[in-house]
Ligand binder design. Structure first.
Ligand SMILES: Cc1ncc(COP(=O)(O)O)c(C=O)c1O
Length: 459
């Protein structure tokens, strides 16, 4: 059959609340045009993030009831540890309450002033944790990865030549580790090829620099490899995932993505000395080594989710449903990052709202309009999220201005997605009326979460 269906039935439902345009205009003003400040009850379709928003399965809920809440040595921890170790092959498995807690521990023990951490593209929390330690976060995407409308298979790759030159220039002794983010979230949710991970490893090995994967979306990345990379079509996604991890010395993981849970994460590694330091810090900041920042029931749900995510029927549906949204938007002329990524569609705000300069945040203008017109919540990934001020106080923008429509796992049906398509088409048709924004209040780090905006009279 040609029709790819949701590979699940729905047993439990949550109502969503409909609001009027007038109500949403008021809500936007009250939230200072920042979607993070809107109450979730006032959102019809929430595409803010795919993180922690998955619908858990009946087996995961059953696992929650079965969770062992012992402080030390809980049975649920050993199940979790076994599943993660079998998947990743890493020696030390350290549970944390979410991905950024793993990053905080990793960069506290490896980062610091004078150190540099390269990555294909650092996610915002990864960058923030690297920089908070005093180290420098360096993005090394490929030339392909910087061109939103170019169609290529592995636009998430790290630039191998740039990596080599960067190590030569910086000195391996100043690079405690290199990260590769799979899939590359801030680079448009694009996958990284096995060949790229393998080659990056061999470059890094020559300089004795460890490789860590930011593995939040490892299963989606593995499925892209199966579909697109020669030699992998007949391998199972589990085998592909194992091979990806086999080139790494460790990983950070936000279980809120490809472990299909609402909270959780882990840090894994092979190095005994580093693991001992990580566990010491874990006990101070997160909790004892057999629970980290999690309850036993959370560990059960993660263990189950890591199994379910590798179901190829699920992955076929998952990638196809994101691709479907992308195809329909493109057919209406909407500019998006091509090809569609694994967990989200990224609107290319520079082309969508070409009359709004980056300093007036074109992505934020689109985000607010999607909410005003259709009650859809999305997120800006551009000058709001990654803009920095130079010493003269002038905004330095990142290369791309994007709006991410992230699709929560197993939550929305095709008619929800059809509704999203209709709303984006309407916003695009009236794009010339979009107006720019000015920030009137912001925090020194991760400003997008709490910044307050004012709409400008003109673009
Ligand atoms: C690539 C990537 N790394 C790290 C994180 C941080 O994970 P968490 O939100 O669990 O702290 C995220 C979250 O969206 C992410 O997408």
């Amino acid at each position: 059959m040609k029709t790819i269906i949701e590979p699940f039935k729905i047993k439990s439902v949550e109502p969503i609340r409909f609001t009027s345009r007038t109500e949403r205009e008021r809500i936007l003003r009250t939230a200072f045009y920042n979607p993070f400040l809107i109450h979730a009850d006032d959102v019809l379709i929430d595409l803010l993030t795919d993180s922690g928003t998955a619908a858990m399965s009946a087996k995961q809920w059953a696992g929650m009831m079965d969770g062992d809440e012992a402080y030390a040595g809980s049975r649920s921890f050993f199940r979790f540890e076994k599943v993660v170790r079998e998947l990743t092959g890493f020696k030390h498995i350290i549970p944390t309450h979410q991905g950024r807690a793993a990053e905080k521990i990793l960069f506290t023990i490896t980062g610091g002033k004078g150190k540099s951490i390269p990555n294909n593209t650092h996610f915002d929390t990864t960058r923030a944790n690297v920089e908070f330690s005093g180290a420098e976060a360096i993005d090394l995407p490929t030339e392909e990865g910087r061109q939103p409308d170019l169609i290529a298979d592995f636009k998430g790759n790290i630039d191998l030549q740039a990596l080599k030159s960067f190590i030569e220039r910086t000195g391996a002794e100043n690079i405690p580790l290199c990260m590769i983010t799979i899939t590359n979230n801030s680079g448009g949710g694009q996958p990284v090829s096995m060949a790229n991970i393998r080659s990056a490893k061999s470059i890094l090995q020559a300089y004795n620099v460890p490789l860590f994967l930011d593995a939040c979306r490892f299963a989606e990345n593995a499925y892209f490899i199966k579909k697109r990379e020669p030699g992998y079509a007949d391998k199972s996604v589990r085998e592909i995932a194992r091979e990806m991890f086999s080139y790494a010395d460790g990983c950070t993981m936000s279980a809120k993505k490809d472990a299909l849970v609402n909270m959780g994460g882990f840090l894994s590694m092979n190095d005994d000395e580093l693991a001992a330091k990580a566990r010491t810090l874990l006990i101070v900041t997160e909790g004892f080594t057999t629970y980290g920042g999690l309850a036993g029931r959370d560990l059960e749900a993660i263990a189950q989710g890591l199994d379910e995510i590798l179901d190829e029927n699920y992955l076929t549906y998952r990638l196809r449903s994101v691709e479907y949204l992308g195809e329909k938007l493109v057919s209406g002329g909407v500019p998006i990052v091509q090809p569609p990524g694994g967990h989200a569609i990224y609107l290319d705000a520079k082309r969508f709202a070409a009359h709004i300069p980056p300093m007036h945040y074109p992505g934020q203008a689109i985000v607010c309009e999607l909410y005003r017109v259709g009650g859809i919540r999305a997120v800006e990934i551009g000058s709001v999220m990654f803009g920095k001020y130079d010493p003269a106080g002038k905004l330095v923008s990142p290369p791309m201005e994007l709006v991410r429509l992230a699709i929560p796992r197993r939550v929305y049906t095709q008619s929800h997605i059809d509704y999203v398509i209709e709303v984006v088409h309407e916003v695009y048709a009236n794009r010339e009326e979009l107006r720019g924004f000015r920030i009137i209040e912001e925090a020194p780090v991760l400003r997008h979460f709490t910044a307050k905006f004012e709409m400008l009279e003109t673009a």
